[in-house]
Design a protein. Structure first.
Length: 118
């Protein structure tokens, strides 16, 4: 069983930056596609960014040029660097891990709140 623990959320002013982290507790971290999703109040959860081994990173259009997803396989950790934050980025951000060879191994973190407000 894999546990994902997010951290790094908080309150930030528009234009500010935050870095989210997601620690993956299981083995073979490199065999997982990792992603960040977010859910704003009253809205459906949406994909923010993904990092699949051997493939390009992928971003939703609204964050391109502002957010950067990365991973450190030695630390079993994924990151989301968020710059030039906007009020519309306010949401709960969730970490996701999906095993590349077994789609049933799909895990979610508990979420971390990001609030962008002056």
């Amino acid at each position: 069983q894999v546990q994902l623990v997010e951290s790094g959320g908080g309150l930030v002013q528009p234009g500010g930056s935050l870095r989210l982290s997601c620690a993956h507790s299981g083995s073979f971290f490199s065999l997982y596609a990792m992603g960040w999703y977010r859910q704003a109040p009253g809205k459906q959860r949406e994909l923010v960014a993904t990092f699949t081994p051997g493939r390009d990173t992928n971003y939703v259009d609204s964050v391109k040029g502002r957010f950067t997803i990365s991973r450190d396989n030695a630390k079993n950790t994924m990151y989301l660097q968020m710059n030039s934050l906007k009020p519309e980025d306010t949401a709960v951000y969730y970490c996701n891990a999906r095993h590349l060879r077994d789609p049933l191994r799909n895990y979610w973190g508990q979420g971390t709140q990001v609030t962008v407000s002056s």
